[in-house]
Design a protein around this ligand. Structure first.
Ligand code: PBG
Length: 335
């Protein structure tokens, strides 16, 4: 019995994954996933009838823009090299059919024209194509007599919306209402009106999610009840693939999964299935949760933001819609 410790077996552990983590340089060399400004799309709200931006209490750091402040945000987004901007309009007057959504002078159309004037083709200009911001009941479509959302009547409204948005300058329209057949009617309405180069980014796999909570305040929505008769059940995965494949048959150019963080399995499955660009939307609640925890000092805000966006990219998103787009792009530019 000697008092010496046993000589460790040479070469044990035989494999040392930590070697590839020893310095920042080696970690950078082997990083599989990157986040670049061009991958990011900034969702932006514009409110009719205001001359100054209005804060959104449930989304600290995000505002309802005036047309003027929106122009500045779009110009900044372009100069940061962001991939795009996704516009949402908040009209002064809401009604049962969401008339402001198809008014050529409605706030969203004004915003599209203003932003295109500002950025030209340097930034991909997208518009949310849905009625909920424009209806007084807050649903994504027109209601039938029994109060349900009438799918086929709504499709007619979406077709009109697509054309006015394209006329106003949208490069990409983003139907987000989860009506059956929406991509097909929008594609044919655009084509008939001569907008064959306007793309459709379909919010294909969109779940009925509590994570949209802060968005309600962001667009002054009066929704009572929920959207469970048209948005997907969080318990389901397979129907996401069905929705995505239907949208592609109907002519979608890109597809989206929404929300992002709680649906990374869906995102991965979609990315492995389709041959078009895949987007994911890190929604209002995902944003506000991080902001709230960071405000209390419970997490490191900036690291958490970058980690969530990286995770969404790693799960298969080519494009990430995030309210942090401009801020993240600013960090990347300085890194
Ligand atoms: C529909 C739309 C919604 C969001 C984007 N488009 C709301 C909803 O479907 O309930 C939510 C975005 C977010 O929460 O950040 N116009």
């Amino acid at each position: 019995m000697s008092g010496f410790p046993a000589v460790p077996t040479r070469g044990f552990p035989a494999v040392r994954p930590r070697r590839l983590r020893v310095t920042p340089a080696v970690r950078r060399l082997v990083a599989e996933t990157s986040v670049e400004a061009r991958h990011l799309v900034l969702p932006a709200f514009v409110r009719e009838g205001v001359s100054e931006p209005v804060a959104i209490a449930s989304m600290p750091g995000v505002v309802q823009h005036s047309l003027d402040s929106l122009r500045k945000a779009a110009a900044e987004a372009a100069s940061l090299g962001l991939g795009g901007i996704m516009l949402f309009g908040i009209p002064l007057v809401k009604d049962a059919v969401g008339s402001a959504g198809t008014d050529p002078d409605g706030i969203l159309q004004q915003a599209l024209r203003a932003v295109r004037e500002e950025v030209g083709d340097d930034l991909v200009v997208m518009s949310d194509l849905c009625l909920d911001e424009f209806t007084d009941h807050g649903h994504c479509g027109v209601l039938a007599a029994d109060g349900s959302v009438d799918n086929d009547v709504t499709l007619v409204r979406y077709a009109e919306m697509a054309v006015v948005q394209a006329e106003a300058g949208a490069h990409v329209v983003g139907p987000s209402g989860m009506m059956d057949g929406q991509v097909g009617v929008i594609r044919s309405a655009l084509d008939s009106a001569g907008f064959t180069s306007t793309s459709v980014l379909a919010y294909s796999a969109k779940y009925a999610s509590a994570f949209y909570g802060p968005f309600r305040e962001a667009v002054d929505s009066s929704l009572r009840g929920d959207r469970k008769t048209y948005q997907q059940d969080p318990a389901n995965a397979r129907e996401s693939l069905r929705e995505v494949l239907l949208d592609l048959e109907e002519g979608a150019d890109m597809v989206m999964v929404k929300p992002a963080s709680a649906y990374l399995d869906i995102l991965r499955a979609v990315a492995d299935t389709v041959d078009v660009p895949v987007a994911a939307y890190q929604v209002s609640g995902e944003y506000s949760m991080v902001e709230a925890a960071a405000e209390r000092g419970w997490i490191d805000r900036d690291r958490t933001v970058l980690e969530t966006v990286t995770g969404i990219r790693r799960a298969g998103a080519d494009v990430v819609l995030t309210y942090w787009a401009a801020e993240v792009a600013g960090w990347l530019a300085r890194a």
